[in-house]
Design a protein around this ligand. Structure first.
Ligand code: HEM
Length: 466
C-alpha cells in the first residue's frame, strides 16, 4: 500500500542532521519565544516544521486553536507531563483514566465549595500581611515569588487538607528545591551527553529525597482522613476519598496521593509567577495602582472583606487578568493528534504535534491595541466580548481547561485588593527583571522588592476641595 500523501502547511523542512536543523534546535532552546515568533512572522498562522519522523505544527489562529483544543479536542491527546511531584494526576494523565479522574475531582471545585473557602483565603492573606508589617518596618528586600508561593500554598493546603501544609517543617524548602531542580538547565551539550550515556542528572538523588519526604506526609494525611471518615467532607481530600467512579470504584491510595498533589502543587508555579508579575507591573504603573486603591477603598474601606464584596473588586481582578495576558505562566500548550484530521485547507497527519504559543496570541496586534502596554481596562466586559475566545487563554481551554481557574481568580483578586490597600511593593532599583520561558514564563532572577506602607488614598471629593 502506498503511504498517504498529506497536504501540509508552509514552513521549514529540515533534514535531521542538517546544519540548519541543529541551528534551529539550539535557537529554540535558547530563546523559544523569539524563535517561534519569527517562524510565525515568516510563514503565518499555521506553520509546519517537518523533521523525519515527526510533524510539528505551530498554530496561531484563534479558530484553529479552538479546533484542536475544543471542537475536535477528543482527537488530541496530551503529551505526558514532566513534573515529578505531580505523578499521574490530572495534569499529566490522559484518555479514559483522565476522564474518570476529572469527573471525580471536579465537584471539589464547584462554585459553592469555593465560596466556602472565602474566609480561609482572607485569613491566609491576613497572615501574610502580618509578616509584611515586619518587612515594611525593616525595609529589607523580600523575595516576592517565595512570598506568593507561601500564601497561595497556605490557601490550597488548608482547602485540601484543613491544615497549613506549607508551614509543616521541610515542606516549603522541599518544594522550592523541587522547582529549582526542574528549572535548572545545564548547557544543552551537557544534557545531550548525559542522555546519550544514560546518566541521570546530578540532581536525581536530591529529587528522590524530596519526593520521598513529601510522599510520606501525603500518605500520612490520606490515612488520617480515611480514619476520621467524617459524615460530611471537611476538605477537598475528604471529597476525593468519598468520590466514586460510575462503576462504584473509589480511588486507591496512590490515585489519591496524585490527585491531592495536583490540587496542592499544580497551580503553585503558575500562581507564583503570575502574582509576581502583577506586583512588578503595578510598581511600574502608579496610575493603575491609584485606580486599584481607589476601588478597594470604595468597596471595602478598612473592614475585612466578605464574599459579597468580591464582585465589587472588579478592577483588582482586571489587573490580574492583564498581568496574565502579558506574562501567561503557561506560555505554550501542546497536543498530539491521535487520528488524521484537517485544519482549514490543510491535513494533519496522525501523530502530529500541535503547539500554540499563548504568549504570542495574547500580544497579537490583530486582537490587542498597543499589545505591550499594561492596561487592565481591556478586561472591561464590553471590550472583552469583541475579542475571539482564543486570543486570551491563560487557563487553556476545552475539556483540559485548568480545574483551578475560578479558585485562582478568586484568591488572586482578594490578595491583590487586600495587599494594595495596605502596602506598595517596590522592585529593588537596578534589580534585573527579565522573562524566561521555561516550565512557566517566570522572572528569570525572581523579584526582589521592598515593602512600604501605602500612602493614604486621596478621595476625589477631598482632592477637589468640595
Ligand atoms: C495563575 C494560575 C494558573 C494558571 C495560569 C494555570 C494554567 C493552567 C493551564 C493552561 C492548564 C491546562 C494545560 C493544558 O491544557 O495543557 C492547567 C491545568 C490544570 N491546572 Fe491550572 N493554572 C493555574 C492555577 C491552578 C490552581 C490554583 C490549581 C489547583 C488548585 C490548578 C490545577 C490544575 C490542574 C489539576 C490542571 C489539569 C487539569 C486537567 O487536565 O484536567 N491550576 N492550568
Amino acid at each position: 500500500m502506498t503511504p498517504p500523501t498529506y497536504k501540509l502547511p508552509p514552513g521549514p523542512r529540515r533534514s535531521l542532521f542538517s546544519l540548519r536543523a541543529l541551528k534551529d534546535f539550539l535557537e529554540s532552546d535558547r530563546d523559544p519565544l523569539g524563535f517561534f515568533g519569527r517562524y510565525r512572522q515568516e510563514h503565518g498562522d499555521l506553520v509546519c516544521f517537518q523533521v523525519p519522523g515527526q510533524v510539528v505544527m505551530l498554530v496561531s489562529h484563534p479558530d484553529y486553536i479552538k479546533h484542536f483544543l475544543v471542537d475536535n479536542g477528543a482527537n488530541y491527546s496530551k503529551p505526558s507531563g514532566i513534573i515529578p511531584i505531580l505523578g499521574n494526576g490530572l495534569l499529566a494523565s490522559d484518555g479514559e483514566f483522565w476522564l474518570r479522574q476529572r469527573r471525580m475531582v471536579q465537584p471539589a471545585f464547584h462554585q459553592d465549595r469555593l465560596n466556602n473557602l472565602f474566609p480561609l483565603m482572607v485569613d491566609s492573606i491576613q497572615r501574610m500581611l502580618g509578616r509584611w508589617e515586619e518587612y515594611a518596618r525593616e525595609g529589607k528586600p523580600v523575595e516576592i515569588p517565595q512570598e506568593m508561593l507561601r500564601v497561595m500554598l497556605s490557601i490550597t493546603g488548608r482547602a485540601a487538607f484543613t491544615q497549613d501544609f506549607i508551614e509543616q517543617p521541610g515542606v516549603l524548602e522541599g518544594i522550592l528545591k523541587h522547582n529549582q531542580i526542574i528549572h535548572h538547565r545545564s548547557p544543552l551539550a551537557v544534557r545531550l551527553l548525559r542522555r546519550l550515556f544514560r546518566r541521570p542528572p546530578p540532581s536525581a538523588n536530591q529529587m528522590r529525597e524530596i519526593l520521598e519526604g513529601l510522599d510520606e506526609r501525603l500518605y500520612a494525611l490520606i490515612r488520617e482522613r480515611r480514619q476520621a471518615a467524617p459524615a460530611e467532607p471537611q476538605n477537598m481530600l475528604d471529597m476525593l476519598i468519598a468520590a466514586r467512579a460510575p462503576s462504584g470504584q473509589a480511588m486507591t491510595d496512590k490515585e489519591l496521593r496524585d490527585e491531592a498533589a495536583n490540587i496542592f502543587f499544580a497551580g503553585a508555579e503558575t500562581s507564583m509567577s503570575s502574582l509576581t508579575w502583577t506586583w512588578h507591573l503595578l510598581d511600574k504603573h502608579p496610575e493603575v495602582r491609584q485606580r486599584l486603591r481607589q476601588e478597594v477603598s470604595e468597596a471595602i474601606g478598612d473592614r475585612t472583606p466578605t464574599l459579597e464584596d468580591l464582585p465589587k473588586l472588579r478592577y483588582a481582578r482586571m489587573c490580574f487578568e492583564e498581568a496574565m495576558r502579558l506574562y501567561p505562566p503557561a506560555w505554550v500548550l501542546g497536543r498530539q493528534a491521535r487520528e488524521a484530521d484537517t485544519l482549514g485547507e490543510w491535513d494533519v497527519p496522525p501523530g502530529t504535534f500541535m503547539m500554540t504559543v499563548v504568549y504570542h496570541l495574547q500580544r497579537d496586534p490583530t486582537y490587542w491595541e498597543n499589545p505591550d502596554r499594561f492596561e487592565p481596562e481591556r478586561f472591561l466586559p464590553e471590550r472583552a466580548v469583541k475579542r475571539p475566545r482564543y486570543s486570551y487563554f491563560p487557563f487553556g481551554g476545552g475539556q483540559r481547561q485548568c480545574i483551578g481557574n475560578n479558585m485562582m481568580l478568586m484568591q488572586a483578586t482578594l490578595l491583590i485588593a487586600m495587599t494594595a490597600r495596605s502596602y506598595e511593593v517596590r522592585t529593588v532599583p537596578g534589580f534585573p527583571v527579565e522573562a524566561e520561558a521555561s516550565v512557566t514564563l517566570a522572572p528569570k532572577y525572581g523579584l526582589q522588592a521592598t515593602i512600604h506602607a501605602a500612602p493614604p488614598i486621596a478621595m476625589p471629593s477631598l482632592a477637589s476641595g468640595t
